[in-house]
Design a binder for this molecule. Structure first.
Ligand code: ZN
Length: 151
């Protein structure tokens, strides 16, 4: 797993060792499960929406360092966001990780600490680890019943 050292920046290490928003929110309004069979990452995400915004969001489960750090960073980024804002953030984040010609307007978007995960782009197999939590979050907000799988 030596290839990972290049993407293990300090922010990722910190969020892997000390994940933020771990657990289950009180009185969740939305929830979903996600799996990444390629790596073995498992995720259970709960959210509480209030007045059209994400008031609280938390995750549990187990996964690799990238999936744990990404979930932790995502939960921090999403608090207070509307569904539309969450989708915009995902679109910019996903495009930067997967799209060789990421549109300029998405490149210009400030992703804050999420930018720490951009190095994952060089390791396509790891992109699913980083995006699993986002797919799971969107499934929860869109009230999809089936567990999310990246395969
Ligand atoms: Zn993983």
């Amino acid at each position: 797993m030596s290839d990972l050292s290049d993407i293990y920046q300090e922010v990722i290490l910190d969020h892997n060792r000390h994940p933020r928003n771990r657990g289950v929110v009180d009185h969740p309004t939305h929830k979903a499960e996600g799996y990444n069979p390629l790596c073995g990452d498992q995720l259970y995400l709960t959210l509480r929406m209030k007045d059209g915004r994400i008031e609280d969001v938390a995750f549990e489960g187990h996964g690799c360092a990238i999936s744990t750090a990404s979930s932790s960073l995502m939960t921090e980024a999403l608090k207070g966001a509307t569904l539309a804002e969450a989708e915009e953030l995902f679109e910019a984040f996903h495009s930067r990780l997967t799209d060789d010609e990421c549109p300029a307007e998405l490149l210009a978007k400030d992703l804050g600490k999420l930018e720490a995960l951009q190095g994952v782009k060089e390791f396509p197999v790891r992109v699913k680890c980083a995006t699993l939590c986002w797919h799971t979050m969107l499934a929860a907000l869109h009230e999809k019943q089936d567990p999310v799988s990246t395969e």
